[in-house]
Write a protein of this length. Sequence first.
Lengths: 107, 119
Amino acid sequence: ETTVTQSPASLSMAVGEKVSISCKTSTDIDDDMNWYQQKSGEAPKLLISEGNTLRPGVPSRFSSSGYGTDFVFTINNVLLGDEGIYYCQQSDNVPYTFGAGTKLELK
Amino acid sequence: EVQLVESGGGLVKPGSSLKLSCVASGFTFSSYGMHWIRQAPKKGLEWIALIYYDSSNKYYADSVKGRFTISRDNSKNTLYLEMNSLRSEDTAMYYCAKEGANSDYFDYWGQGVMVTVSS
């Protein structure tokens, strides 16, 4: 089973700052990493899929990078509406595993 | 517009059974694999089951293997999760999710259905 280690657990940022979230996997997963946003009381929403592919309709402020075992998710110019919990998920092998989540709060 | 609507949740006692349903619309259901993912209260996301588009393969997380069964009826555009021998640790919001194109990320999610296992 591939373990996904996500950090940090929480962030408190000011509007306009840059957010970076890291996910490290215990096995090489090529570029099979995905990123989700979950707002309070809602289902998760896919933001970025394998190969660092931004999903349709997702602002270009969101991006990701990485290959193999180290991945980074970035939000440039963070906005109030970006508050929520962000999860990474590997889709390379069963069982598909998620990081523990990063809670993003805006000051 | 893709829609996934879960139903069948509720409060049940430990050891009992429950069957969840997820009705899909807005895409060709019979062409896509489908997943169940759960989230315990105030906790993270846990993938629990996958079924191929044609039901030819099914995969489970170890935490539910042997107790839960995923199935689908492509004629009814419906995904199911039969849950037996329920435990308190199965208490969670259960989401159905559609697989992405030829890959196992989750591009659309239902709103979720709550299952509470308590005596």
